[in-house]
Ligand binder design. Structure first.
Ligand SMILES: [Zn+2]
Length: 296
């Protein structure tokens, strides 16, 4: 099996067999950023596969290495259930694919994949069966997915629209790549941090005024998510999360809550492992194959 995690800037390809990864590396012309032989994955620029010819060349190379391919996708995935499930995708990052089928065995957005990975341990604890989990991924883009126990068990999050990065902050403001304007991710994503820090996203976390500006927007965003879905735990993922101080963020969220300062009984934690999305994806695929005949 090959499990892909297609992100806005970087794409990760994980291989179940090392020999197949070696074959892929031998024939690919991608701009590789990282190769991890031990854990059988490599990372390369998404730019090298987001043009039509490059993308299909990449897919045909993958298929020559291993027929069984599953993937996350940075946009909306519409799943058609049936004898052979089909996955129609919509993302302005891949304009030539909009409304087309991806010829893979399973495809889902990265936010539910990330959240599902954490749901496995979260809902394994008896005291959490009646609770809810929110996964927030902040990388090149921003997204979030929310699950309760039954969403987790029955894969009820399939065919839902998780595009929380495109919640509107200010419609009169800048245009987002998605075609709308003023989207939250324009003010929260790695790309925004890069702009704010004059090319270096980490600069934002080192300068008090920039840090304050970023945290206050992020706190507003997290408050919007909390007042809408009120989760019991929030797990942060994605490249930007590495630099986030969750204690400071939580404090800001509590201080700026509507009506009054609140002491929120919500656990904030983070996971910045490179493999969480593909691990979640693999587990959803396993569960999907087990229960798909019961799905609506
Ligand atoms: Zn947008």
């Amino acid at each position: 099996m090959i499990a892909l995690d297609i992100g806005g800037t970087k794409t990760l390809a994980w291989f179940s067999c090392r020999k197949r990864m070696d074959k892929f590396l031998r024939y690919s012309h991608l701009n590789l950023k990282k190769i991890n032989h031990e854990e059988k994955f490599c990372i390369f620029d998404t730019n090298s596969i987001n043009r039509e010819d490059d993308f299909f060349e990449f897919v045909s190379l993958l298929k020559s290495v291993d027929e069984n391919i599953i993937s996350t996708f940075p946009g909306i995935v519409e799943m058609e259930l049936g004898e052979k499930p089909r996955f129609k995708v919509f993302s302005k990052r891949f304009p030539f694919l909009i409304g087309n089928y991806l010829d893979f065995d399973f495809v889902i957005n990265d936010a539910p994949a990330f959240t599902y990975y954490h749901a496995l341990s979260f809902f394994n604890r008896k005291e959490n069966k009646d609770k809810t989990l929110l996964g927030v991924v902040i990388g090149t883009g921003v997204n979030a997915a929310y699950m309760n126990y039954w969403d987790f068990r029955r894969l009820n999050f399939i065919n839902r629209f998780f595009e929380a990065g495109h919640i509107s902050f200010d419609r009169s403001s800048n245009t987002c790549f998605c075609g709308r304007s003023g989207c939250a991710e324009l003010y929260l994503s790695g790309r925004y941090l890069e702009k704010l820090g004059n090319g270096d996203p980490r600069e934002v976390f080192m300068q008090d005024d920039l840090k304050e500006k970023y945290y206050s927007r992020l706190a507003d965003y997290i408050i919007s998510l909390i007042v809408t879905i009120s989760p019991h735990e929030i797990v942060f993922g994605g490249g930007v999360s590495k630099d986030l101080n969750l204690k400071d963020l939580k404090q800001m969220v509590e201080n700026n809550f509507p009506h009054s300062k609140m002491k929120l009984n919500i656990n904030f934690r983070k996971d910045v492992s490179a493999l969480s999305n593909v691990k979640g994806l693999i587990e959803i695929y396993r569960s999907f194959r087990r229960i798909r005949r019961f799905l609506y």
